[in-house]
Design a protein around this ligand. Structure first.
Ligand code: FES
Ligand code: MG
Length: 578
C-alpha cells in the first residue's frame, strides 16, 4: 500500500481553524505521545471499534480478535488503531438492550466521523451490537467491515447437549412445570454458556451475523466460526487485511448496502429461520440509507423462501454445527436461484463470484437442499387486521401448527407488571385455548420494546402440561424463543393502537394462512372504547436520553429508529415488487 494516499490517515477530519499545518502538527505531536513513528503515522489508518466489556461475555474474545485484526492490517501495510464504543450485552442492559441500540449507533457513527480513519473494522456480536454498528457505519460513509465475535460452544448437562438460550427457556419451563427440581436447575445453569461468544442457536446474534454476511459487509464465511476457534481468529486477521484493501477500492457502506444486498439479507433471514428481531434491525439499517423495507413484500418473499437451516429454535442443531457444515456459504449456495448475485461485497468481488470461488459442497445434515426444506415457507409471516393495522409478525417455523388457525377468548394483561403480578395466580381465569394478550411493551410503552413477548404459560396450565398458547403483544421476542407468538403489533398500545382496546373476554382470531389477526368486536364498540382511552404523553419531568428516546422513537415498521437518524428521504423500497 502506497504511503502517499491524499487526504488520508491523520489528515482526515482535521479541524483547522485556518491553519491546517499547525493542526496536523498538533495532532501528530499528541499521538506521538503513544510512541508512534512518522513511518507508522504515514500509513492508511484502519480503526477498530472495540466493544469489549466485562459486562459482555459474548464479546469475551475481543482482545484476541483485536490482536489478529491488527496483524492483518499491518501485513497489508496499514496502521491499526483501536477505539472503544458502547457495548451492549442482553443481560446487562436495563431497561432493555433495544433501548440502547440507537445510542450505540450514534456513538459508533459519531466516533467514526470524529476520529481520523480510512476504514473501520466493527467488532460486534451480542444481539444489538451488530445492528447498532451497521446503522452507524451506514451513515458515516467510511469503508467499514463487520466482524463478529462468533458463537459460543455448546455445553452438556447429564449427557444432554445444551446451549443458550433456547435450552435456558426449555429447562426453565420444565422447572416451572415442576418436572425438575432446584438442584437440577442450578446444575444446568453452569452448562448453558460454557464459553465466551454469542448464543449458540439461531437467535438474534447468529441471525445478525448471517445477515451481515448476506449483506456483503462481512467476509464470506465470516458468520459461523465459533468464538473460541482458530477459524475465528483467522477470519479476524483476514478482516484486517481486507479493510486495508477496501480503502483503495473506496468501498464505502452505501456501495455495499444496496437494494440487492437487502433483498439477499431478507432471503437469508427467512431461510435460516432467523430471529424476528432481524426484520426490525434490517429495517433500521436500510432506513439510514433511505431504503424502506416493505413488510407486505417481505411476506411475499417468505411464501417462496423455504427454511433450510436446521438450527434451534426452529430445528435441532447449533451454530458450531452450521460452521462444520460449511457455514452460510452452504445456505447461499442452495438459495442461489433467489439471490441477487451481482451484489458487491467487502472483498471487491460480487456475491456470485464469491460463491463460485467458495470451497466445494459436501454431504452434511444441517443445511437442507432447497427442495427438501425443514419448513416449506419462510420462517416469518406478516399479519394484519383490526388488531394490527400497521402489521404484526409471527415466526411460523417456531410456532405450533395446531394453533396457527385459532379463535379464543382474550386474557389481557395491561403491562409487564400486571403480567408479573397475575400470571401465576392460581385464581387467574384462564384456559388452554385462551389467547394471552400483553399491552404496553412496545417501543414507547415499556420503553424500548423489551423481549417480553414470550409470555410465560400460566403456572397452573404449565403444571397440566400446556406447552404453547397463542400469545399477542406489541413487544419483541428473543430470537432463541419458540411458540405461537404474535409480535411487533403496530401501532403499539401505548400510542393508542387498537391493541389498547382489547379487553379480557373479547374473542380474538388468528389465521396465519390468511395472514390475519383480528379482535371480533364491532367497530362502534371499538370507537366507544377509543374515545374513553387516554393517550400516552411524555411526562414533563423526563430528561436526558430517556426523553430523547420517548420523543424520537419510531414504531417497529420503521425499525424502532429515532426519527432524526433515518435518512431524510426514502428513495427506494425493498424487496422490489415482483
Ligand atoms: Fe449475547 Fe445471546 S446474550 S448473544
Ligand atoms: Mg437474544
Amino acid at each position: 500500500m502506497s504511503k502517499s494516499v491524499k487526504d488520508a490517515g491523520l489528515k482526515k477530519g482535521l479541524t483547522s481553524y485556518g491553519d491546517e499545518g499547525f493542526s496536523l502538527f498538533l495532532r501528530k505531536a499528541f499521538i506521538k505521545g503513544a510512541g508512534y513513528t512518522d513511518d507508522a503515522l504515514s500509513r492508511p489508518i484502519v480503526a477498530i471499534a472495540n466493544t469489549s466489556s466485562a459486562y459482555n461475555p459474548c464479546h469475551g474474545n475481543a482482545p484476541q480478535l483485536i490482536e489478529a485484526i491488527k496483524r492483518g492490517v499491518m501485513l497489508a501495510g496499514g496502521l491499526p488503531v483501536e477505539f472503544p464504543t458502547i457495548s451492549i450485552a442482553e443481560s446487562f442492559s436495563h431497561p432493555t438492550s433495544m433501548y440502547l441500540r440507537n445510542l450505540m449507533s450514534i456513538d459508533t457513527e459519531e466516533m467514526i466521523r470524529a476520529q481520523p480513519m480510512d476504514a473501520v473494522v466493527l467488532i460486534g456480536g451480542c444481539d444489538k451490537t451488530v445492528p447498532a454498528q451497521l446503522m452507524g457505519a451506514a451513515a458515516a460513509g467510511v469503508p467499514a467491515i463487520q466482524l463478529v465475535t462468533g458463537a459460543m460452544l455448546t455445553g452438556s448437562h447429564r449427557g444432554e447437549r445444551v446451549g443458550a438460550c433456547t435450552d435456558c427457556r426449555r429447562f426453565w419451563a420444565r422447572f416451572r412445570g415442576e418436572e425438575i427440581d432446584a438442584r437440577e436447575i442450578d446444575d444446568v445453569n453452569d452448562q448453558l454458556v460454557p464459553t465466551v461468544g454469542t448464543c449458540s442457536v439461531m437467535g438474534t446474534a447468529s441471525t445478525m451475523a448471517c445477515l451481515a454476511e448476506a449483506l456483503g459487509i462481512m467476509l464470506p464465511g465470516g458468520a459461523s466460526a465459533p468464538a473460541v476457534t482458530a477459524d475465528r481468529i483467522r477470519i479476524a486477521e483476514r478482516t484486517g487485511a481486507t479493510a486495508v484493501a477496501m480503502i483503495e477500492r473506496k468501498l464505502t457502506p452505501e456501495r455495499i448496502l444496496t437494494l440487492d444486498a437487502f433483498e439477499n439479507a431478507l432471503r437469508v433471514l427467512l431461510a435460516v429461520g432467523g430471529s424476528t428481531n432481524g426484520i426490525i434491525h434490517l429495517t433500521a439499517i436500510a432506513g439510514r440509507l433511505g431504503i424502506e423495507i416493505d413488510l407486505d413484500e417481505v411476506d411475499g418473499m417468505a411464501r417462496e423462501t423455504p427454511v433450510l437451516v436446521d438450527l434451534k429454535p426452529s430445528g435441532e442443531h447449533y451454530m458450531e454445527d452450521l460452521h462444520k457444515a460449511g457455514g452460510l456459504t452452504t445456505v447461499l449456495r442452495e438459495l442461489k436461484p433467489l439471490l441477487k448475485l451481482d451484489a458487491l461485497t467487502v472483498t471487491g468481488r460480487t456475491l456470485g463470484e464469491e460463491l463460485e470461488a467458495a470451497p466445494a459442497s459436501f454431504a452434511q445434515r444441517v443445511v437442507r437442499p432447497f427442495d427438501r426444506p425443514i419448513y416449506p415457507q419462510g420462517g416469518i409471516a406478516v399479519l394484519r387486521g383490526n388488531l394490527a393495522p400497521g402489521g404484526a409478525i409471527i415466526k411460523q417455523s417456531a410456532a405450533n401448527p395446531v394453533l396457527m388457525e385459532h379463535e379464543g377468548r382474550a386474557v389481557v394483561f395491561e403491562d409487564a407488571e400486571d403480567l408479573a403480578r397475575r400470571i401465576d395466580d392460581p385464581a387467574l381465569d384462564v384456559e388452554a385455548d385462551d389467547v394471552l394478550v400483553l399491552k404496553n411493551i412496545g417501543p414507547v410503552g415499556a420503553p424500548g420494546m423489551p423481549e417480553a413477548g414470550y409470555i410465560p404459560i400460566p403456572k397452573k396450565l404449565a403444571k397440566l402440561g400446556v406447552k404453547d398458547m397463542v400469545r399477542i403483544s406489541d413487544g419483541r421476542m428473543s430470537g432463541t424463543a419458540a411458540g405461537t407468538i404474535v409480535l411487533h403489533v403496530t401501532p403499539e398500545s401505548a400510542i393508542g393502537g387498537p391493541l389498547a382496546l382489547v379487553r379480557s373476554g373479547d374473542r380474538i382470531r388468528l389465521s396465519v394462512s390468511r395472514r390475519s389477526i383480528d379482535m371480533l368486536v364491532d367497530d362502534a364498540e371499538l370507537r366507544r372504547r377509543a374515545e374513553a382511552a387516554s393517550p400516552y404523553v411524555v411526562a414533563p419531568d423526563e430528561r436526558g436520553y430517556r426523553k430523547l428516546f420517548l420523543t424520537s422513537i419510531l414504531q417497529a415498521d420503521k425499525g424502532c429508529d429515532f426519527d432524526f437518524l433515518r435518512a431524510p428521504e426514502t428513495t427506494a423500497k425493498v424487496p422490489r415488487p415482483r
